[in-house]
Design a protein around this ligand. Structure first.
Ligand SMILES: Nc1ncnc2c1ncn2[C@@H]1O[C@H](COP(=O)(O)OP(=O)(O)OP(=O)(O)O)[C@@H](O)[C@H]1O
Ligand SMILES: [Mg+2]
Length: 240
């Protein structure tokens, strides 16, 4: 069972110019958990992940990871501390091969090539299609394959906490199933997950706990199982 708090956000405010995208968010992720953040378009889900990974800097509030304050830490350093993000959309290096994309993901690590080879094998076991296409350029992969490569590359940093932004976006239903099963496997193999999803049903079925974000504020939170039954969640996110 999940134990200690790995990540904690306390009253986090993030702005884009004068727009307050996060209006005082507090949440936590415990070691071993899958936590999901659900909400409509523009609610602030990606902003939350970007703020955790150091890409956006909060104007107020604190973020604590492994008992260390990180709200002013640069993105590179955040990765080194053990948080990596698979961003929304398919952000692969289009001119690099699948293998080279994965090798790029290992840049924050100082261990040797052998360890990296082991992890490439691990990523290939999670996403067998990437192995078949290891010499193909990233930009020529299908959308779903690029999505897998984005996740695989984030895993190459061997994060303690993996931030996933809409991993199922735009995928055919059978691929959505595959992605969710793989996410579950990644968690079982020891990586803590914070998952942003529009597919609230799948996300709530997978997660231990969940937060609902509405226009920059958390309006509901609790065990994912309970939120699945919550009439407000059913109405707004599960199609009534
Ligand atoms: N770079 C930016 N500059 C200005 N405003 C931004 C920027 N990025 C996001 N916003 C605004 O901040 C708010 C939150 O956006 P965010 O991308 O976090 O939403 P989201 O919940 O991830 O939405 P979606 O489900 O559509 O991905 C939105 O109103 C958006 O227009
Ligand atoms: Mg988003």
């Amino acid at each position: 069972m999940p134990e200690h708090t790995l990540l904690e956000l306390a009253d986090v405010h993030t702005f884009y110019g004068v727009i307050e995208a996060l209006k005082g968010i507090s949440m936590e992720v415990r070691a071993g958990e899958v936590v999901t953040l659900i909400g409509s378009n523009g609610a602030g889900k990606s902003t939350t992940l970007m703020t955790i990974s150091g890409v956006e800097r909060p104007r107020a509030g604190t973020i604590t990871f492994n008992e260390r304050r990180i709200e002013k830490v640069n993105p590179d350093k955040v990765v080194k501390l053990g948080i990596s993000q698979a961003p929304e959309g398919r952000r692969v290096f289009p001119e690099l091969t699948v293998l080279e994309n994965l090798e790029m993901g290992a840049y924050p690590r100082r261990d040797g090539r052998r360890e990296q080879q082991k992890d490439i094998a691990w990523v290939f076991s999670l996403f067998p299609v990437l192995k078949e296409r290891r010499k193909q350029e990233g930009g020529t992969l299908s959308g779903g394959e690029q999505q897998m490569l984005t996740i695989g590359r984030a895993l190459m940093a061997r994060p303690k906490l993996l931030l996933l932004d809409e991993p199922s976006l735009g995928l055919a239903p059978f691929l959505v199933e595959t992605i969710f099963r793989t996410i579950e496997q990644i968690n079982k193999e020891g990586t803590t997950l914070l998952l942003v999803e529009q597919n609230a049903l799948m996300a709530l079925n997978l997660a231990d706990r969940a937060y609902v974000l509405e226009t920059g504020q958390i309006t509901l939170s609790g065990p994912a199982r309970e939120l699945l039954q919550d009439p407000r969640v059913k109405e707004a996110y599960l199609g009534g």
